[in-house]
Design a protein around this ligand. Structure first.
Ligand SMILES: Nc1ncnc2c1ncn2[C@@H]1O[C@H](COP(=O)(O)OP(=O)(O)OP(=O)(O)O)[C@@H](O)[C@H]1O
Length: 216
C-alpha cells in the first residue's frame, strides 16, 4: 500500500504552519512501502493530527492524503474498513483501551476480526510475555496503568495483518528497557510482514534502524 501526502495542511493550524518550514506539511511526500519512518516534532505541532489524517478519522485539511494513488474520499466505507483490517494498523496516543473489557479481551477483539485470525492465541501469550504484561491480561481495562495500556495497545495493533503500522508516541509511558523490548517486537513483526511503520515522537531516539526521519 502506497501512502503519499500532497500539500497537506491542517485547516486549524494553517497560519502557524505556513509561517515555518516543515518536511511534512505542505510538501509532496511519498512513504516507501516497508520503510521504518520516524516523524519528530515538539508538543502541539500536529503529530496526532497527522496520525488521524493518515488513518482517515479526521479530514479537516487542505491538500491530499493519497492511498495507492487515490485520495481517502475516493474510497467507500467498506473499502476503508477492509483496509483497516488487512493493510493499516494503528496505535493511538490516547490508546483507546475499552475499559469494560479485560486486557486480553481488548486484544481478542482485534485478533478474531478476520475469519482466519492472523495470529494464534499462543502468539498473543508469547507477545504478552515479551512485554511483561502476562500478569495483567485478565485485569479489567479500567484498572490498567498507562504503561500497561500502552503495551496492550501495541500487542492489539500487532495481531492483525498490515502493510503499514501507524504509531503516535507509542512509548510515552514506558521506561527505556520496556520501550526497547516493545520496539524490538514491533520491528520483528513488521519485518515478518515486510511492512513499514510511521512513528511520531517528540525526541531523537535510536530504538529502531529508521530508514528515514522527518521533522514535522
Ligand atoms: N480539531 C481541532 N480544531 C482546532 N485545533 C485543533 C484541533 N485538534 C488539534 N488542534 C490543535 O492543533 C495543535 C496540534 O495538535 P496535536 O494534538 O495534533 O499535536 P501533537 O503534536 O500531537 O501534540 P502532543 O505532542 O502534545 O501530543 C494543538 O495546538 C491543538 O490544540
Amino acid at each position: 500500500m502506497q501512502l503519499q501526502l500532497e500539500n497537506l495542511v491542517p485547516i486549524p493550524l494553517r497560519e502557524k504552519i505556513l509561517q515555518r518550514t516543515s518536511e511534512i506539511w505542505n510538501q509532496a511526500v511519498t512513504f516507501t512501502p516497508g520503510n521504518f519512518v520516524k516523524i519528530k516534532a515538539p508538543s502541539g505541532t500536529g503529530k496526532t493530527t497527522l496520525v488521524h489524517y493518515l488513518y482517515n478519522i479526521r479530514n479537516d485539511y487542505t491538500g491530499k492524503v493519497l492511498v495507492d494513488g487515490q485520495p481517502w474520499d475516493a474510497y467507500k466505507k467498506d473499502q476503508i474498513a477492509s483496509m483497516r483490517q488487512q493493510q493499516l494498523s494503528v496505535v493511538f496516543q490516547d490508546l483507546r483501551i475499552f475499559e469494560q473489557l479485560t486486557a486480553v479481551e481488548n486484544i481478542e477483539l482485534k485478533r478474531v476480526m478476520l475469519p482466519q485470525p492472523y495470529c494464534s492465541a499462543e502468539k498473543v501469550a508469547e507477545m504478552a510475555a515479551r512485554l511483561n504484561v502476562t500478569h495483567i491480561l485478565n485485569q479489567s481495562g479500567k484498572t490498567l496503568s498507562y504503561g500497561e495500556r500502552q503495551r496492550i495497545a501495541i500487542i492489539r495493533a500487532l495481531v492483525q495483518p498490515f502493510e503499514w503500522l501507524i504509531m503516535d508516541e507509542p512509548f510515552s509511558h514506558l521506561d527505556d528497557a520496556n520501550a526497547q523490548m516493545a520496539a524490538d517486537l514491533i520491528a520483528e513483526e513488521c519485518r515478518a510482514r515486510k511492512a513499514g511503520f510511521i512513528l511520531t515522537d517528540l525526541d531523537h531516539d535510536n530504538r529502531f534502524a529508521y530508514d528515514i526521519q522527518f521533522n514535522l
